[in-house]
Design a binder for this molecule. Structure first.
Ligand code: ACO
Length: 332
């Protein structure tokens, strides 16, 4: 009989573009100001790629850094899952291209689209494979090139997003060892219209008319999304804490999806987690959609805040609507 195991997160890596798009830069493009953006969102700058740079060009260095830190060869990967809504193409998937770029000769790969909750969804998929005994090592990437999906003529949305990718290696470990202790995932498609890219698939193909109406870009009802994010991120974290029988004292680091500082602060407050135990990089990175959580984990790692044994709560909310949380202890 197969020995039971626990999926564990053993290493992280990330890559963001060199190019900074500051609030002052945006103020030269739309009717906004540094003061408005900082006071409403906490964002000061975001990273953006040079036009034409595909997601795989960020995912590859993020993956290589992660594998090197883990001491694992690409050829030893069983699978690659890329959480994104802005992959290189719809077909082939970025995971397939990355499999080739990395020389991950034995690995299968596919992309998983779940907007800002994509990384937690991909992590849950990887953990399920591993705990079912169907894989030993899966590389989970979260990343987006949001600069291709936002309308730089729309001040309501263009200030919020940036580009970047992060990677986490998930591997099989002993059932009584560190690793992933639980997930909780939710969907509410009735709110699908609150945050969407209208012309991005079969419902509304990118006709000349759709493009002229700029329907290929992110549209959102900011206030509704804002209120739902605060409510759902706290709710799902509290629910998972109850299921696992843990309290705020069992969380060393809260690593939330980075959408708005005014969403992160009340979420942490409601959970009773002081801000020094929350990983926040939104002021430098903005919202990189699938990338926020692994990039934040990487920031915590490089700052020495994420170490073997760190007890971590991940939580996210995004377009779908979709939200989820994961509790884990880090490392081998
Ligand atoms: N600069 C100046 N003024 C602006 C800007 C801007 N960049 N953007 C909007 N405004 C104006 C609006 O037009 C509005 O003017 P009006 O009252 O004359 O119509 C006014 O500012 C206030 O707009 P509000 O929507 O009330 O501003 P709010 O305080 O809600 O902040 C924001 C807007 C930042 C978008 C907020 O609603 C938010 O963060 N929502 C969550 C959205 C989000 O993060 N989505 C990302 C994906 S989902 C996720 O990751 C959780």
């Amino acid at each position: 009989m197969r020995a039971p195991c626990r999926a564990r997160c053993v290493a992280v890596g990330a890559a963001v573009p060199e190019r900074r798009l500051t609030n002052a830069d945006l103020a030269g493009m739309v009717d906004t100001s540094d003061e408005w953006i900082v006071s409403r969102t906490g964002i000061r700058e975001r990273r953006v790629v040079d036009p034409g740079t595909p997601l795989s060009a960020l995912a590859e260095p993020a993956a290589r850094q992660c594998l090197e830190r883990a001491g694992v060869a690409a050829a030893d990967l069983d699978g690659i899952i890329v959480a994104t809504i802005s992959g290189d193409h719809i077909m082939p998937t970025t995971a397939n291209l990355l499999q080739h770029r990395l020389g991950a000769t034995r690995a299968w790969g596919y992309d998983l689209a779940n907007a800002c909750n994509g990384f937690i969804a991909a992590l849950s998929t990887a953990a399920a494979f591993i705990e079912a005994g169907r894989a030993k090592r899966i590389l989970v990437i979260g990343g987006d090139i949001m600069s291709t999906l936002v309308d730089y003529q729309d001040r309501n949305t263009c200030i919020l997003f940036g580009d970047g990718a992060g990677a986490v290696l998930v591997e099989a470990g002993p059932a009584d060892g560190p690793g992933i202790f639980g997930f909780e995932l939710h969907s509410d498609g009735s709110g699908g219209g609150e945050l969407m890219i209208p012309s991005s698939g079969s419902a509304r193909p990118r006709t000349a008319e759709a493009l002229a109406q700029r329907q290929q870009y992110v549209k959102q009802n900011g206030r509704t999304v804002f209120a739902a994010a605060i409510r759902r991120m706290a709710e799902v974290s509290e629910s998972l804490m109850r299921t696992l029988g843990i309290t705020a004292a069992d969380i060393d680091l809260l690593v939330p999806h980075q959408a708005n500082l005014r969403i992160l602060e009340p979420t942490a407050e409601r959970l009773g987690i002081p801000l020094e135990r929350v990983v926040i990089n939104i002021e430098r990175m903005a919202n990189t959609t699938g990338g926020t959580i692994p990039i934040a984990l990487n920031d915590a790692f490089t700052a020495g805040r994420l170490v073997a044994g760190s007890r971590i709560m991940l939580v996210a909310f995004g377009g779908g609507l979709t939200w989820g949380a994961c509790y884990l202890t880090w490392g081998r």
